[in-house]
Design a protein around this ligand. Structure first.
Ligand SMILES: [Zn+2]
Ligand SMILES: [Zn+2]
Length: 121
């Protein structure tokens, strides 16, 4: 497989994993969100004190953080987006369809602090 085929296979795998965020256009720092910078030495988090480093253009990849919410989408065929907490905070305008439980099985909350249209959670 060439590089593009490998990337596409990796994207499809991430997109099909229902426990993960399905944002295909860039990764986030798992703790600080949209703070990644690209330098010649790789990808770094700009947040003060964050020691996270990734090789190469990690920031450009498909998000692989745990999904926190499902929002309605008018642009996607499936009609919905599965987003991690960081991507939800970046796109708070999406109407929530569902809030997912956390990895530990606790009921989740809306990371953007808006919640479901009917006012629950
Ligand atoms: Zn960070
Ligand atoms: Zn994400």
């Amino acid at each position: 497989m060439d590089r593009i085929e490998r990337e596409e296979a990796a994207y499809a795998e991430l997109a099909n994993d229902e426990s993960l965020c399905e944002w295909p256009w860039g990764r986030l720092c798992p703790e600080h969100g949209n703070t990644l910078s690209h330098t010649r030495r790789g990808t770094t988090c700009r947040h003060e004190g964050c020691e996270r480093r990734w090789p190469g253009s990690h920031w450009k990849g498909h998000c692989d953080l745990p999904a926190a919410v499902i929002t309605h989408s008018t642009v996607k065929k499936s009609g919905q987006w599965r987003l991690c907490a960081g991507h939800r905070r970046m796109f708070p305008a999406g109407t929530l369809a569902r809030i997912l439980p956390t990895a530990t099985g606790e009921p989740g909350t809306d990371p953007a602090g808006i919640g479901l249209p009917d006012g629950s959670a």
